[in-house]
Design a protein around this ligand. Structure first.
Ligand SMILES: Nc1ncnc2c1ncn2[C@@H]1O[C@H](COP(=O)(O)OP(=O)(O)O)[C@@H](O)[C@H]1O
Ligand SMILES: [Mg+2]
Length: 357
């Protein structure tokens, strides 16, 4: 059990800045997800926590204790990677016990612990097999088991589900969540998959270009993204982001209007509307957006309606299975007014109406 604190952490490779001024405070027992596009610095950050990468500047603490100069093997951390990194010549049993055997000399203790963990994650019947005789999902389970056997202070995961097929990813996701609950362990989990972040994280830290873009509970970040970057990264399809101008209490999207006081008259904003917060209306005067249906994606449970509202990218409405929308229809859309979000057109940062003047 442990807290992990990153204070102004930076990583430079020569004159390339990979991670900049990262501040993250992971609570004891928390499941923190680092989420962001490829190359944004997630793995580098995780590897600095693990001690596999030196820290250029800033302070890393585990349980309050400065760790910058502590070697990886003395940090009491277990890491699970995308590639399973199992020893091919060893059985599952030996792979799982490997980390613990180096610390715990009593063979009976190691054997008991390996059996216990194997049972808890469904590996008992595979204990005498070698990795080549396992599926990808089973190998990843062994890698996970090896980490659990060690009972570390902190678990680190770097995209551990990326090599698994879709169905297995879903079931393993649920299993990791269960394990987190059972072990009450501090876990830091890197992914570029926003569904994993939304479903697994107690909190999510969204990174962009080596910096933290926002940290919060998944639903809080989803509902109140701090920037257009976060708004477009979290959510599938992403939040509609529509350039708009403000005049006297009205936000004009170019194809419709929304009453909203507290925004500076004359300013240019980006209006953010989630696809599920849009609805079709018969009255053009109520519309926040209007345009022609240019495509429909029937996904079974829902239909995504793509509308050309003249705002650059198509606007997407999340319609029901039985949506009345048809190709080439001209639609008028309303939104739930309290769900509309606003961003500064220049900086992309969120604006709360009323805070700007
Ligand atoms: N050993 C290295 N030398 C130089 N640049 C690196 C090295 N490792 C990572 N980088 C760079 O640091 C940035 C962050 O990489 P990484 O942390 O692997 O991103 P992510 O895991 O989010 O995809 C990238 O631009 C990458 O090219
Ligand atoms: Mg990575």
């Amino acid at each position: 059990m442990a807290t992990v604190t990153l204070e102004d952490i930076c990583k430079n490779y020569g004159n390339v800045s990979a991670v900049r001024d990262v501040n993250i405070s992971v609570a004891d027992g928390e499941f923190m997800v680092l989420l962001g596009p490829s190359g944004c610095g997630k793995s580098t950050t995780l590897r600095m926590i693990a001690g596999l990468e030196t820290i250029s500047s800033g302070t890393l603490r585990i349980d309050g204790e400065r760790m910058n100069a502590v070697p990886a093997k003395n940090r009491d951390i277990a890491m699970v990677f995308q590639s399973y990194a199992l020893y091919p010549h060893m059985t599952v049993r030996d792979n799982m016990g490997f980390g613990l055997r180096r610390r715990q000399k009593d063979k009976a203790v190691v054997a008991r612990r390996v059996n216990e963990v194997a049972a808890s994650i469904g590996l008992t019947e595979y204990l005498d097999r070698k990795p080549h005789a396992l599926s990808g999902g089973q190998r990843q389970r062994v890698a996970l088991g090896r980490a659990i056997v060690r009972d570390p202070k902190v678990f680190l995961f770097d995209e551990p589900l990326s090599n698994l097929d879709a169905a297995l990813r879903v079931s393993t996701r649920a299993e990791l969540t269960r394990l987190h609950r059972e072990l009450s362990a501090t876990m830091i989990y890197v992914t570029h998959d926003q569904v994993e972040a939304m479903t697994m994280g107690d909190r999510v830290c969204i990174m962009s270009h080596g910096e933290v873009a926002q940290i919060g509970k998944p639903m809080d970040v989803y509902l109140n993204p701090a920037s257009t970057f976060v708004a477009s990264f979290l959510g599938n399809p992403q939040m509609n982001l529509i350039p708009a101008t403000v005049s006297e209490g009205v936000v004009d999207s170019g194809s419709g209007k929304l009453a909203r006081s507290g925004l500076m008259s004359g300013s240019k904003v980006i209006l953010g509307l989630r696809p599920e917060d849009l609805a079709i209306t018969g009255d053009a005067n109520d519309a926040v957006l209007s345009g022609r249906v240019i495509s429909l994606e029937a996904l079974g449970a829902e239909t995504l309606v793509h509308i050309d509202a003249g705002s650059g990218k198509p606007v997407i409405l999340r319609g029901g299975r039985e949506t009345p929308a048809r190709l080439d229809d001209v639609l008028h859309l309303t939104c739930k007014p309290h769900m509309a979000r606003f961003f500064d057109a220049e900086t992309g940062l969120a604006i709360t109406p009323g805070d700007t003047q």
